[in-house]
Design a protein around this ligand. Structure first.
Ligand code: UDP
Length: 348
């Protein structure tokens, strides 16, 4: 195992998309370990309340701006790193914003890269398993080039991220910019929007409301779910390493969508039925990361079991919906996971 011997990135870190689901957890973790964090977010899908815990923290600043249009002058002085997470990320959100999604993946990435290059800062791109499209290889290693429909509705996200990767590597080769590319696989946890449209937020919200769980297609398609604290630990491990990647950051624990629906019903004690609805266009049939590279190069692997993570997410979504906070059988929080999602994802 090779874990690069580099000091953690200190000083100022810029996080684009820092008010989003993953971004807000990342901002908190970075502030907690001593970084000064500037979050740049246009609040189109991110939410100010995700950052309530950092409100008026002296080492945190939220700048409301669309990075596709440019990055304004930032507080705290020159950044040591720029983490580019800004983008709609749930399929309904990016399908509703096709042009903005392409803009933030292209122009937004260019602006974030230029900011990093100007200051000799490390640049980390939050890419995605969607670069593999509907994968012909399984599980997906970083060496797999993908199977993407370039003109399908999902291409606005897939191709934007593929372009963002190309731009990041071009910067690295042409200008020597210090870059890292994380390919993020399906991530879930507290701060998923209840109306976000992704599988975990939909199923849990439906189960808590006693409504039918909507399985798209026959439910045999698979996803591998990574709890948000594990995801954040992986991103920070990559940030602190000298690794360029790309590196898959995800949990290889693979489930069919039908299994996930049944698991959510069981965990929430819901009486909801499971119904089937049409499969969205180009919905990938299977997805599981090969995380050998992350294990070897970063000394990272996920640690939160899906039952624990789903229970934490259910607790959060129950509190959000204004209903009585749901508690799992066996009582309130266990010591292995807190309601705000901060645990797990340790470096070995
Ligand atoms: N899905 C589903 N019901 C829902 C939402 C999603 O069956 O209410 C399916 C979706 O078709 C896909 C999987 O769950 O096969 C994961 O979807 P999600 O939108 O969470 O993310 P994706 O991996 O497709 O980007």
């Amino acid at each position: 195992m090779t874990v690069p011997d580099r000091a953690p990135v200190g000083g100022v870190v810029v996080v684009t998309g820092g008010a989003g689901f993953v971004g807000s957890h990342l901002c908190e973790a970075l502030v907690e370990r001593g970084n000064s964090v500037v979050c740049v977010d246009d609040l189109s899908t991110g939410r100010r309340e995700n950052l309530a815990g950092l409100d008026s923290h002296p080492a945190f600043e939220l700048i409301e701006a669309d990075v596709s249009a440019g990055i304004p002058t930032l507080p705290f002085g020159p950044p040591a790193a720029v983490l580019h997470l800004a983008s709609a990320a749930s399929p309904p959100a990016y399908l509703a914003r096709p042009l903005q999604t392409l803009a933030v993946g292209s122009e937004g990435t260019r602006h974030a890269l230029e900011l990093a290059a100007r200051h000799g800062a490390r640049f980390l791109l939050a890419s995605t398993s969607e670069v593999y499209g509907d994968p012909a290889e399984h599980p997906q290693t970083e060496g797999y080039w993908g199977n993407v429909n370039p003109i399908g509705p999902r291409s606005v996200y897939d191709e934007a991220k593929r372009f963002a990767e190309a731009l990041t590597f071009a910067h690295h080769r042409a200008l020597g910019t210090d870059v890292a590319v994380a390919r993020i696989f399906n991530t879930y946890g507290p701060r998923l929007r209840p109306d976000d449209g992704r599988v975990v937020s939909n199923f849990i919200s439906q189960a808590l409301a006693g409504e039918p769980l909507t399985v798209y297609g026959d439910g045999t398609q698979t996803r591998s779910l990574c709890y948000v604290s594990d995801q954040v630990a992986g991103l920070i491990a990559l940030l602190d390493s000298g690794v360029t990647g790309p590196v898959n950051i995800g949990n290889p624990d693979e489930h069919t969508v039908s299994d996930l629906a049944r698991l959510v019903v069981t965990l929430t004690g819901s009486a909801s039925p499971i119904v089937h609805e049409p499969l969205p266009a180009d919905d990938p049939t299977r997805r599981r990361p090969d995380i050998s590279r992350a294990r070897q190069l970063l000394g990272w692997e996920p640690t939160v079991p899906v039952e624990v993570g789903l229970s934490q997410t259910a607790r959060y979504l129950a509190a959000q919906s204004g209903h009585t906070v749901w508690e799992p059988a066996g009582g309130p929080e266990t010591s292995s996971a807190r309601a705000d999602g901060h645990e797990g994802g340790t470096r070995r």
